[in-house]
Design a protein around this ligand. Structure first.
Ligand SMILES: Cc1cc2nc3c(=O)[nH]c(=O)nc-3n(C[C@H](O)[C@H](O)[C@H](O)COP(=O)(O)OP(=O)(O)OC[C@H]3O[C@@H](n4cnc5c(N)ncnc54)[C@H](O)[C@@H]3O)c2cc1C
Length: 399
């Protein structure tokens, strides 16, 4: 008998789960809160690891398309001192496909393919143990029951309360994101500074990272320790946002829509420039020329978040194990989606709930290890001793 399966959230976890299930001939209902795929800016670039995100794409039959789209040259990494001198400059070998970069929007479109996602179907609540299975309630007032509901709805999951009372907590570290467009033509000096991939500068309890996306777009992240009330306008942090970002528009000088609050953007820029005062002028130009600011206080779930198994409900990705953004979250989310789908679709897989229970054990063990490593990694990247950040990269490159 075919199971009625729903996945909540069309992020990397939910889409990979749905794609792999489809590949095995199973249907799944995908519900997404956003009204359309391009309703929000998709975010920055992701590096997909050979044994994690790329493995998931291969299970979805999408590896060749990924290889055509991704940017192996984006693996280049340069570290500067706050005075602008180059401390490290790693260039990938031409045949290095360990962690190529892909824009989030490209990855989403690749995973979407011809999947039938129900857009604008935000979930408000999931109630297990009702007659007929698990009840899903939607913001539009509708409700449906399923045999299995998979919560892939990110950090502020509405599915999570059905299995766990735990909520994310603030790490004490904040990212403020800004971006530059057409960097090669409009900011050639900064294009040279950044190189083909990423550039990072670390200081005492702060850092500045610039990452190339495709098409000459660069995302810049100011990273620093700050109390939550650093955020000038905390009531603008929409808790409906997957990663809790608050947007501050800026006068971009291009005549494009500058967003709702250019004055807020200038205030954020001034505070950042004060925070990084004394750093080399070209590095600070990344902040001076940035177009708009998104504040991202980093939240995490406890390192070994598990729950007592609940019949008919499970979680994937950030909903299950939100961790510091050190290049693992989307990778794990995708691999989990692919593995759960394969387990559910395996011929003779037996009782659906036993399959899910076994998957959870495997997910918890692996995610717990990475959560420990990324938590320790964040402490070293945003550390009183900037040499710790450089040492962390040395270790990663040596491994
Ligand atoms: C600045 C930054 C940089 C990062 N860089 C990397 C990186 O380089 N590599 C990497 O692997 N990871 C990276 N991450 C982490 C990565 O973004 C996440 O771990 C990943 O997106 C998690 O995928 P997900 O599918 O679990 O959740 P999400 O990507 O958050 O997707 C959840 C989806 O569910 C939808 N949704 C939410 N609530 C509801 C609801 N109630 N009803 C219906 N739908 C809902 C959302 O709209 C969204 O589409 C980074 C994170 C940040 C903040």
């Amino acid at each position: 008998m075919r199971h009625r399966i729903a996945v909540i959230g069309a992020g990397p976890a939910g889409l990979t789960f749905a794609r792999v299930l489809h590949r095995h001939g199973h249907s799944v209902a995908v519900f997404e809160r956003d009204p359309a795929p391009d309703a929000r800016p998709p975010g920055g670039t992701l590096d997909l690891h050979e044994k994690l995100g790329q493995l998931a794409l291969s299970k979805a039959g999408l590896l060749a398309e990924f290889q055509a789209l991704s940017r192996p040259e984006g693996q280049a990494m340069r570290i500067l001192d706050a005075d602008g001198s180059v401390l490290r400059d790693w260039q990938p070998r031409p045949d290095d496909h360990a962690n190529p970069e892909i824009d989030r929007g490209q990855l989403r479109d690749l995973l979407l393919g011809s999947l039938d996602v129900q857009w604008g179907r935000g979930v408000t609540e999931v109630v297990p143990g009702v007659p007929g299975g698990v009840l899903v309630r939607f913001a539009d007032g509708r409700q449906e029951t399923f045999d299995l509901v998979v919560g892939a709805d990110g950090a502020w999951s509405r599915v999570r309360p059905a299995v766990s009372s735990v909520t994310p907590h603030y790490t004490g570290v904040t990212f403020v994101e800004t971006s530059l467009d057409d960097v090669d033509t409009r900011h050639p000096d900064l294009a040279r500074l950044i190189g083909d991939g990423s550039m990072a500068v670390y200081g005492v309890n702060r850092g500045l990272v610039a990452q190339r996306n495709s098409g000459g777009h660069v995302k810049v992240y100011a990273q620093f320790r700050a109390p939550l009330d650093w955020h000038a306008n905390p009531d603008r942090r929409a808790d409906t946002d997957a990663d809790f970002g608050a947007d501050f528009g800026a006068d971009t000088g291009t005549g494009q829509d500058a967003g709702p609050d250019p004055a807020g953007a200038e205030a954020v820029r001034a505070r950042l420039l004060a925070l990084f005062e004394g750093w080399a002028a070209p590095v600070l130009d990344l902040l001076r020329r940035g177009a708009a600011f998104v504040q991202r206080p980093l939240y995490v779930l406890p390192v070994s978040h598990t729950w007592a198994h609940v019949r008919g409900v499970t979680l994937l990705g950030d909903a299950a194990h939100l961790m510091p953004p050190l290049g693992l979250g989307a990778n794990l989310a995708m691999l989990e989606g692919a593995e759960l789908a394969e387990s559910v679709a395996a011929p003779g897989s037996g009782d659906l709930d036993e399959v899910v229970r076994a998957f959870e054990e495997q997910m918890w063990a692996r995610a717990g290890r990475w959560a420990k490593m990324t938590t320790a990694g964040l402490e070293r990247l945003v550390s009183p001793d900037p040499a710790e950040a450089v040492a962390l990269f040395d270790e990663v490159h040596a491994s």
